[in-house]
Design a protein around this ligand. Structure first.
Ligand code: KIV
Ligand code: ZN
Length: 399
């Protein structure tokens, strides 16, 4: 499988390319208990740049001196990707973000303001007209600092569509080059999220001047599904994080989006430039530096993602891996699938496992060892290689 070739063998057009905007170092770090050190952030940013991420959101420069330093250093060191700094729609935030990213090869200011009635009334105490004026003023300020300005409508999915269209129009008019419509509270369902993009792109007169972006939270477990729906409705930038790290239930997981596009190119004819063979490495690094464990059964990069225990599955995998695997382990940077020995495992897998460990048993010895293995597996959750070695050595000695 090749990133740049579609299932039908045709080269995809540029219009089908989805830009990957990684916000592990910003939204990801907002995940309770997942703060990262300065050095760790540099290491993560370097890996993201190497694996082909298009935009790295390096932090929120006004948030702290440490965040400012990390964003500036990442901006200086990053060779290929754009580097973005986040700013509220406040003059000093935008100035600080501009200062932090100014040494980047490709600097971006990402500014946002809430647009939903509940945020306007209870959080900001502003009228809808006030917010329109704020958008025009702050996006213009950002555009005077950098050429690449992203504007986000916070809580877009709970914003009345007519008003959202007016906000988007104002942001593009003031110079925003990317328009992000986040599902800030993870409330949307895929059909609804897609319809929002379709309507805004259709109704806003200057919509074709900007790239539309998706940013989904996982409160209902729909972040990746919503992301893919948004792409289907014309969004060409995806905001996501390694391991799905992020506020509350997290953000759309980068590895899941990248592999969904790659694995289902037949139904999702879009592509990213991320080197998927680096996904496991990135996951391990982010998990280690954020001290945030990855659940065992996490899609793509969880420890069980390519592990098979049941006899039927193991037998299939040994005959042809595609019977129970929809992507190769190598494509995400795992050297091979694993056959986990447990009470559901069958003889075929047991024999293969023993071969791997260097044992070639005759039929009778194999059957005896298999019976003893099943007894052990009934008592023990997982049978490790060491258990099998002890069991077979014992068998050979007593034979
Ligand atoms: O979820 C959200 O709305 C955000 C914005 C700052 C883009 O993270
Ligand atoms: Zn967010």
């Amino acid at each position: 499988m090749n990133d740049s070739v579609q299932a039908n063998g045709a080269k995809p057009a540029d219009k089908d390319r989805v830009l990957i905007f990684d916000t592990t170092l910003r939204d990801g770090e907002q995940c309770p208990g997942a703060t990262m050190t300065f050095e760790a952030k540099l290491e993560v940013a370097h890996l993201l740049d190497t694996m082909g991420v298009d935009i790295i959101e390096a932090g929120f420069p006004i948030a702290s001196e440490g965040d400012f330093e990390a964003v500036s250093e990442i901006a200086k060191r990053t060779k290929r990707a754009r580097v973005a700094g986040l700013a509220r729609a406040i003059e000093r935030d935008i100035a600080r973000a501009g200062e932090a990213v100014r040494h980047a090869v490709l600097p971006r200011i990402h500014t946002f303001v809430s647009t939903s009635p509940i945020h306007l009334e209870h959080q900001m105490n502003k009228s809808a007209e006030d917010v329109l004026e704020i958008i025009a003023r702050t996006v213009t300020q950002a555009r005077n600092l950098v050429d690449d300005v992203e504007w986000s409508a916070m809580d877009a999915t709970r914003t009345p569509i007519d008003y959202l269209c007016r906000c988007v129009e104002a942001a593009i008019k003031a110079g925003a080059t990317t328009i992000n419509l986040p599902d800030t509270v993870g409330y949307a369902i895929p059909s609804e999220y897609a319809a929002m993009f379709a309507t805004v792109r259709d109704r806003v007169p200057n919509a074709d001047k900007a790239i539309f972006s998706v940013h989904c939270h996982d409160d209902l477990g729909l972040a990746v599904a919503n992301t893919l729906a948004g792409i289907g409705a014309g969004a060409r930038q995806v905001e996501c994080t390694i391991n799905g790290l992020g506020e509350r239930a997290g953000n759309a997981a980068l590895e899941e989006v990248v592999m969904a596009l790659k694995t289902r190119a037949d139904k999702l004819p879009y592509y990213s430039n991320v080197d998927s063979t680096m996904l496991t490495r990135a996951s391990k690094l982010v998990s280690a530096v954020s001290s945030f464990p990855v659940q065992y059964n996490k899609a793509i990069i969880g420890r069980n993602a390519f592990a098979h225990e049941s006899g039927i599955h193991q037998d299939g995998i040994l005959k042809n891996a595609q019977t129970y695997e929809i992507m190769t382990p190598e494509s995400v940077g795992v050297s091979k699938s694993s056959l986990v020995m447990g009470k559901h495992s069958g003889r075929h897998a047991f024999r293969e496992k023993l071969r791997e460990l260097g044992y070639e048993l005759g039929e009778n010895a194999l059957q005896d060892a298999f019976t003893r293995f099943k007894n052990l597996a009934d008592r023990k959750k997982t049978v490790y290689d060491e258990d099998l070695i002890a069991l077979v050595d014992d068998e050979l000695v007593s034979a």
